[in-house]
Ligand binder design. Sequence first.
Ligand SMILES: *Cc1c(COP(=O)(O)O)cnc(C)c1O
Length: 258
Amino acid sequence: MVQIRDTCDTYGAWVHVDGAFGLLGRILPSSSTDNRSDSPFTLGHPLHDSYSSIAIGCGGMELADSITGDSHKLLNVPYDCGFFFSRDLAIATQVFQNAGAAYLGGSFTEPDTITSPLHIGIENSRRFRALPVYATLVAHGRYGIEEMLRRQVKLVRKIAEYIRSNSFYELLPHDRHIGEHFIVVLFRLSTPRWNEKLVEKINSYRKIYVSGTVWEGQPACRIAISNHAVDVDADYELVKSLLEEVPLQLKQESLGLP
Ligand SMILES: *Cc1c(COP(=O)(O)O)cnc(C)c1O
């Protein structure tokens, strides 16, 4: 990021960061010893409770000119709440400032203490999207949200560890350590000919929903954790028993067994 910032400064380019998920990663502690004096959390399993790789991955975001982040993902507020931070309010105001139509009322005569969204975005009418975000931030606070994210990351890493230990599967990317996982587990079956059926098969149980992707030219599967109600042990057991069952089922089917 430092290098990108320097280059952009040299050529006059704007740096934008897409922090859809990564923005919230910034609330996790950057050191694995987590000795921040104000943190109420104590260190547990080192593989599950080290966030230094996430801190590095999300590092330098503050050097950007603008940052977007999604609150309908990890903050679990209704769809389509996003954050948009910009260093330059004046640019948005120049572009989107309303000309002052009479029906738009008083906001043109009274000086605004908070810039109205009416003058800095493309929409004139909008739902009060900020309200659920505000309520969530107030209700859970910094540590409530941190605690939720820790549970989510812990579940991801337990699932990743399980996949790595089960010889039917390959954990991807091959060089990613358990402690480097954030909220996605990427994997595939080690038997290529069953791999195309993996996503459909897992979803057919209707217990979890996974999405398919391609990794190094081969089909792969993705588990993404973002639910606020994650219960590490219970959810881990559910995912584990499903992932145990699926390859056995695919094997039976490939042998033509019922
Ligand atoms: C989800 C996502 C988006 C788009 O977000 P929506 O607001 O849900 O349309 C953009 N970038 C990344 C990396 C995302 O994960």
